[in-house]
Each structure stands twice: as C-alpha cells, then as structure tokens.
Design a protein around this ligand. Structure first.
Ligand code: IMP
Ligand code: MG
Length: 188
C-alpha cells in the first residue's frame, strides 16, 4: 500500500491528500473490465474499434486493450475543452479525428473520467453520424454527476469516483501528474 509520503518524489512539490486507487486496485479492476468487454463482444460479433480519448485515457487504454481477449483495433480522438481550469467548459472541439473507418464496427469509446458528461455527449453525436454498428462507453472513473446529462451511460465502468479533483493514471492537473501509477486527490 502506497502512502502519500512514499510518492513525494513524483509530485514536484505538490502534496497528495489521499491515494484513492492503489496500483493493484487499478490492475485488478482493469483485468475484470477486459474480461467483461471480451464477453460483451465475442469474436463472432464483428470488428471492435477501441477509441481512446486523449490525452487522459492513454494509460488506462494501454493497460485495458492488453486484457481484452479478442481481435481489435485501436485509434484515438483528441477533443479539446479549453484551458487548465478544474471545471470542464463544455466547449468541445475535435482536434484529431480517427483515421480509421468507423462504419459497421463496434466502437468502444474509452474515457478517463466522466465529470459533467459534456465531453462524451458531444463526441457521441459526432461519431454516431459515421454509421458504426454500435457505440458504447468504457470509463475508468465516473463522478456520478452526469446522470441526467449523458445520452448513454458507460456500459463498462472501473470505479464510481468520489466528487473530488483527481490526478494520476492519465488524469492531469494542468498537464502534470498523468504518469502516476495510482489515482490521488491533491492537497489544496
Ligand atoms: P466532462 O466533460 O465534465 O465530463 O469532463 C471530462 C473531462 O474533464 C475528462 O476527460 C478529464 O480530462 C477532465 N476531468 C474531469 N474531472 C477531472 C478530475 O477530477 N481530474 C482530472 N481531470 C478531470
Ligand atoms: Mg484533462
């Protein structure tokens, strides 16, 4: 079990208030998700494209796809909601669009954390017009705030997260802390 004092050398002077998910909690849950996804999309069900939302999903996606026991493809989307604020603006732009054809494929959209749900909602609209066979969401974390907002709730979810600002395992604060192998809340 890592404690805040054990990880001080990773933090550049910021303090961790609490380690919310330990590396082994995450590893175990990601393995389970990989199995669930494999069962939901048997090889006979058609092509599966795992679409990671950058940058936040890169660590999760890298671990997740190696636990999915079936053929699949990987591509990424970059959606930008602006700035370094801690609150999502809801102003979502696609700054990188997947090269891969979506038509006729099962799309699994992989997101680090769902907060307001605005980012995902906008992306679901943008992707649906490309005639995928299906679209589902896999999120590592969900703060449970998007219930009335999100057009489609995540079919695959790592953890129901506390309503705090979290960093690590892909999640950033102003681009820092994505590399942490755990998820933590920052001290003020
Ligand atoms: P939403 O559009 O409000 O659901 O925001 C989703 C995006 O905001 C995520 O993909 C993250 O990049 C970012 N975000 C939301 N909550 C957190 C957090 O607690 N820590 C770090 N990033 C977050
Ligand atoms: Mg972010």
């Amino acid at each position: 079990m890592l404690k805040p004092a054990d990880v001080a050398h990773l933090m550049g002077g910021r303090k961790v208030a609490r380690i919310v998910y330990q590396p082994e909690d995450i590893r175990r849950r990601v393995q389970e998700l990989g199995r669930e996804i494999g069962e939901a999309y048997p090889s006979s069900s058609g092509e599966l494209l795992v679409l990671g939302l950058l940058k936040g999903s890169f660590v999760f996606l890298g671990d997740l796809v190696r636990e999915i026991p079936r053929p699949l493809q990987v591509d990424f989307l970059v959606a930008s909601s602006y700035g370094a604020e801690k609150v999502s603006s809801g102003n979502v732009r696609l700054v990188y669009d997947p090269e891969t054809r979506l038509e006729g494929k099962h799309i699994l959209l992989v997101e680090d954390i769902i907060d307001s749900g605005r980012t995902l909602n906008r992306l679901l609209e943008l992707l649906a017009v490309r005639n995928p066979r299906s679209i589902e969401i896999c999120a590592l974390l969900d703060k449970g705030l998007a219930a009335g907002v999100l057009a489609r709730k995540p079919k695959f979810l790592g953890f129901e997260a506390p309503r705090e600002f979290l960093v690590g395992y892909g999640l950033d604060h102003a681009e820092d802390f994505r590399h942490l192998p755990f998820v933590a809340s920052l001290a003020e």
